[in-house]
Design a protein around this ligand. Structure first.
Ligand SMILES: [Mg+2]
Length: 388
């Protein structure tokens, strides 16, 4: 199933965003706004995000830009997520229950509830799994260095990798995400897909698997620049309590989840003052994080395509990619699958969002159950084949 009336902020010109927003009352932007508003909130965020990315990419000047940036940081980083979620969550069933949510679920139904539909779609095809890390396999926490995945989740991912080629696709540095996951039989695409490496241990029970090492680093020429900007940003933001600059090797993250909201404008000023000297770097906003990366056309969608080709699964009819992720950067991969009419994207979210994904799961706990079900289904089908 694909959604034809969906879009991602980066794909949408400002005028188009405003036009669509006028009719959009059910979906929320990435991440959801602080209050549950309507078209006004939605259009405002689209406008800010478009301005933010345009100004960043063109090395824009200050003034109103800082104001827009600050507003975008606020819109991207709700400080009342818990209360918003509470509004959308039934205390008895712990499941979102608003009419808006139910409407959204018609377009992006639960992958758990539609499990048989999904496996039917994959019939006769090779499933290849792509998993985001933060917010998908691990909960979002205040300290990004403590975003650990549970042992139960690790076990579920390990079992999935025994059945299907499996890749972790993350914005984090590849080494860091590997240290969280600690499964050598997986493929890892770090730095939003700009740093890809194959398994260091051959996956078992996958005879067709190509065990050869895969390495792709399309932004390697930016390494010295990223290193340099990291040092400058650490220095410039050092006086802002709670600000944290993470070096993801091919990209940088400025975390502000522990920064007092009154200091967000100061942080925006500091980052802006650094980036004006680096027009080849662009800025995007995430969940309480500013992401700085090279302007090259490479994202999680490109990483997905690269891995499929490297694995020899570019053949349209033989492969069924399943991509599970929770953030705006995952939309690039969802869009690739939608455009190719191949596989499925599964968005992890408890609130309605604009998405190119075909299905949804609420949180990492549901992701784990889905992975376990997939393994059980695979083993059952192998068992049935043996009996026949
Ligand atoms: Mg994520």
């Amino acid at each position: 199933m694909t959604n034809h009336n969906v879009f991602t902020p980066k794909d949408m010109p400002l005028a188009a965003a405003a036009a669509v927003a006028a009719n959009a009352t059910l979906h929320y932007s990435y991440p959801p706004p602080r209050s549950i508003g309507g078209a006004a909130d939605y259009a405002g965020f689209k406008k800010l995000l478009t301005q933010l990315e345009h100004r960043s990419n063109s090395g824009g000047s200050s003034g109103g830009w800082i104001g827009s940036w600050l507003d975008s940081m606020r819109a991207s980083s709700p400080t009342h997520v818990a209360s918003a979620a509470a509004v959308l969550t039934s205390p008895s069933l712990m499941a979102p229950c608003t009419a808006e949510y139910e409407e959204w679920m018609k377009q992006c139904p639960s992958a758990s509830n539609k499990f048989e539909e999904i496996t039917a779609k994959s019939k006769g095809k090779k499933i290849v799994m792509f998993l985001d890390y933060d917010g998908t396999l691990s909960p979002i926490v205040d300290d990004p260095d403590r975003a650990y995945m549970s042992e139960a989740m690790r076990e579920a991912v390990r079992d999935v990798a025994k059945c299907f080629p499996t890749a972790i696709v993350s914005g984090r540095c590849r080494d860091k995400v590997f240290n969280f996951v600690r499964l050598a039989e997986l493929y890892y695409a770090g730095s939003h897909g700009m740093d890809i490496r194959g398994p260091t241990k051959s996956p078992k029970n996958i005879r067709e698997e190509k065990a050869k090492a895969i390495l792709c680093q399309p932004a390697s020429e930016f390494l010295p620049m990223i290193e340099e900007v990291h040092k400058v940003l650490v220095d410039k933001t050092g006086s802002i309590q709670g600000a944290r600059v993470e070096n993801n090797k091919f990209c940088l993250s400025v975390h502000f989840r522990c920064v007092d909201q009154k200091k967000w404008d100061a942080l925006a000023e500091q980052v802006k003052s650094v980036l004006k000297d680096y027009p080849k770097l662009r800025l995007t906003t995430g969940r309480k994080v500013l992401e700085i990366r090279p302007t090259i056309k490479w994202d999680k969608g490109k990483a997905l395509e690269f891995l499929l080709e490297s694995l020899g699964y570019a053949n349209f009819s033989d492969v069924f990619p399943v991509y599970i992720g929770d953030d705006r950067t995952d939309e690039d991969a969802f869009k690739v699958l939608r455009d190719r009419g191949q596989g499925i994207g599964i968005l992890v979210s408890k609130v309605p969002k604009d998405t190119s994904a075909s299905y949804s799961l609420q949180d990492p706990a549901e992701v784990m159950n889905f992975l376990r079900n997939l393994v059980e289904w695979k083993l059952r089908s192998l068992d049935d084949r043996v009996k026949v």
